[in-house]
Design a binder for this molecule. Sequence first.
Ligand code: 13P
Length: 259
Amino acid sequence: MSTRKPYVGGNWKMNTGRESGPALAREVASGAAQHRGCEVAVFPPFPFLLAVGEALGARDSGVKLGAQDCYFQPSGAFTGEVSIGMLQDCGVAVVLTGHSERRHVLGETDAIVNAKTKAVLAAGLECVLCIGELLEEREAGKTDDVNERQLRAGLAGVPSEQMARLTIAYEPVWAIGTGRVATAVDAQDVHRKIRVLLGSLYAPAVAGATRILYGGSLKASNASELLAQPDIDGGLVGGASLQAAEFLPIIAAAAARGG
Ligand code: 13P
């Protein structure tokens, strides 16, 4: 059994509303309180951070408030952007960087992902750095190369002592929102390679302690098999995190893996 505590994040993406967001948070908080062996975070849209944070706090659930993105500059003329200080002001504990939709829909480069990752960690927050290959990259046999490039670039300049606050999410882009899920064997193989790579960038103890989450059409019905793999330490969940009845069993499956 690994010493890595299981971790499940619910990435709500551009979904929920002023009332439905906090309502979902209350349901998740109540349910997650039964599974303290799993760390849980939810990532609501920016406008609902405060209300969702209040809903989580009222339940004293231990569920962390997360942000889906941030800007790496502390303040200034960056219309539409949200600074890490503003997120901290709203009670955010953890920030996603490098999500595939930011990379491939919004055009974020490896350099931007790296700047954001470094800024989140320097501010003392936790960071979930997302990596993963496109379908055409997978079909061209480039999965490992893409993950290596994104991981090396994303972590460039991140000191070892900050790695305790860094989690990796491996999200094969072809599996996100498509219903196509990586097989447990394939996902485990990629996770193991990511851990080996971490071991070449940092000390073996850091590689052994860093959590690597799987994301991409994770749901209640496939979570147990994926989350039972030795190098899959939890999940980053999109669609299935929008309903507590679908999300909570994933948390239960992660908690069952122990850590
Ligand atoms: P789905 O679970 O909807 O495939 O989304 C995964 C994801 O992108 C989580 O960040």
